[in-house]
Write a protein that binds this ligand. Structure first.
Ligand SMILES: *Cc1c(COP(=O)(O)O)cnc(C)c1O
Length: 393
């Protein structure tokens, strides 16, 4: 199946106003998502929030089913969250860790995940070890295999980093970790909505992502997948009257499903919008989206690499929809501002949020451009032309 680009664009109000190459920051919401969110806010205003939630219960419940279909898991393995960071924290802080335990991660790990690992290592005395990269810049599978032992309680990997076009070999890592006794937590924030992310094929125990990036959902939405067999090895760090029932004065019982990682209050409109965003992606097909996004990003990368003074900074032998580069003599924030004057949205990735990746490669700042399936070859061409003009001064 090929993407019907005209259809995708006719359902994307924002794409006619700007050239949006910041899908790794926040994708443009499709019209049906926007309408679903607004419709629920209207219901709340007209009926009352609780009454509106009851009236829209099926729409809300559908979001779990849509995510289960997207990830190839069961409905009771999904917990909705307000963002990917909170989803990751809920997973991570539910893992029992103590002095002597080892956590493995990679150079592409997301900044906030790393900070949490540092915090817990200080608190508990467990160690956090960065598995080296192979020559291509992705996590070194042999090194991972050699180092794994029964003290490793967690392998935390970022599938697609936010500061690099690299895609880490999540499935191969899963095959190595499986049977080792360690839990496998995959940060799929930049890969969900961009590529096929199938938890059975990957073999992860836990997976987290956000709604607003390549999935094109509303802001303030995210989710956590918890494999059923992992559920009872974890204890959520917080409990409330939604996650558990108060059985008697001194006792409570966790919900039987992954929703024990949720709490009571949330944006119902946001969650409904997230489900519609997943439906929207599935209606185009994740295979088709992945192929088109990688093609547009690949053309952009090749075009940039051919320009004098421009250096593409992506590593890895498999690359996705994120393109990072630097331009000789123009600092990335100035470049971003110059693109903005042309109606082009891009962003800057800084070493302060990617010390294990950018800083260790000697890069302070890189420009990040992230097209999606609703972008066009003409937009790639225009972006290259604007870059050419900027380089020429
Ligand atoms: C954006 C991002 C996050 C955090 O997502 P939020 O929804 O902003 O919390 C986590 N991991 C990666 C790889 C990201 O790119």
């Amino acid at each position: 199946m090929k993407i019907d680009v005209d259809l995708a664009r006719s359902l994307t109000p924002g794409c006619h106003e700007r050239l949006h190459f910041n899908n790794a920051g926040a994708g443009l919401m499709p019209q049906p998502v926007l309408e679903a969110v607004k419709a629920h806010l209207d219901r709340e205003a007209m009926m009352g929030g609780y009454e509106a939630a009851a009236a829209a219960a099926e729409l809300h419940e559908h979001t779990y089913a849509a995510l289960a279909r997207l990830l190839n898991c069961a409905v009771d393995e999904i917990a909705l969250q307000e963002n990917a960071t909170r989803a990751w924290d809920m997973a991570f802080h539910s893992i029992p860790l103590r002095a002597g335990d080892r956590i493995f991660t990679g150079h592409a790990e997301y900044v906030s995940n790393w900070l949490s690992m540092v915090q817990v290592s200080r608190r508990t005395g467990c160690t956090v070890e960065v598995v080296p990269n192979g020559p291509d810049g992705a996590i070194d599978l042999d090194a991972l295999r050699r180092r794994l032992d029964d003290r490793v309680k967690l392998v935390a990997l970022t599938h697609a980093p936010s500061s690099n076009g690299l895609i880490n070999p999540a499935e191969e890592v899963g095959a190595i970790v499986r049977g080792s006794g360690a839990l496998y937590l995959l940060d799929a924030c930049q890969s969900v909505g961009q590529r096929v992310v199938d938890v059975e094929r990957i073999g992860c125990d836990l997976l987290t992502a956000t709604g607003r990036k390549f999935l094109r959902g509303p802001r303030g939405t995210g989710f956590l997948y918890v494999r059923r067999s992992a559920l009872d090895r974890l204890e959520p760090p917080f409990v409330d009257h939604f996650a558990a029932s108060w059985t008697d004065r001194e006792h409570f019982a966790w919900r039987p499903d992954a929703r024990r990682f949720e709490d009571f209050e949330h944006s119902v409109a946001g969650r409904i919008g997230l489900g519609v965003a997943v439906d929207h992606a599935l209606s185009f097909g994740m295979d088709a989206i992945a192929e088109r996004t990688a093609t547009l990003a690949g053309d952009l990368r090749a075009g940039l690499a051919a320009l004098p003074g421009v250096a593409v900074r992506d590593t890895g032998s498999v690359r996705g929809g994120i393109v990072t580069f630097t331009v000789e003599g123009i600092d990335a924030p100035d470049l971003q501002a110059a693109y903005a004057r042309e109606g082009i949205n891009v962003t800057v990735a800084r070493k302060e949020i990617a010390r294990l990746d950018l800083e260790e490669r000697g890069l302070d700042r890189v420009l990040r451009a992230s097209p999606h399936y609703y972008n066009t070859a003409d937009e790639v061409e225009r972006f290259l032309q604007v870059t050419r003009d900027l380089v020429a001064g």
